[in-house]
Design a protein around this ligand. Sequence first.
Ligand code: GRF
Length: 207
Amino acid sequence: MKLGVLASGEGSTLQAVLDAGVSGEIDACVRLVISNNSNAGAVQRARQHGIDTLHISSTTHADDEARDQAITQALVSAEVDLVLLAGYMKRLGPQVLETFSGRIINTHPSLLPKYGGQGFYGRRVHEAVLAAGDTATGATVHIVTADYDAGPIVGQVTVPVRKHDTVQSLEDRVKNAERKLLLQVISDWRDQTRDQGPRMAKVMPGD
Ligand code: GRF
């Protein structure tokens, strides 16, 4: 299965996917990494693995529609089966959402619908969880739609909040659980796609 990844930050999520692809834990390879930030750790990590990278941002494409088109074309050219948003801080445009409808997933460090939507990202989520005194948090993988963090949920993992947790300790534990969840979702996605193969093949010849 071919993956296209969009990432803006450090890239630890991308790294987990790259490592799992190399070790064979998942039957999926990253074909392309797109970032709005040419200095992102995710871009460096991709290059170290010899993966094509593309910088697409308001600097390279000032117009929203042109940016959307460039992202769509790059993913189509790379023939990706599944698009993964791994810490991507920008909203996707209508063209890419339509072209890859139902095939774009995002990973978010909370138990959505809690702490989702505009303004809730990275450490801000964990700060809010601690401020609210929640006893549990977690991570969610969901299908991407036009609204932030609002598409159908495909996987969720719960992480207990410990008495002496700090934003850092909580972030570390959530990210760890989040990576495992994401690899499981990708693996299940791959299995379901493979299962669809024979079913489709059966009805084709002579039918
Ligand atoms: C992850 O926790 C993800 O849930 C969120 O951003 C973080 C990305 O971290 N959307 P990294 O850049 O992969 O290290």
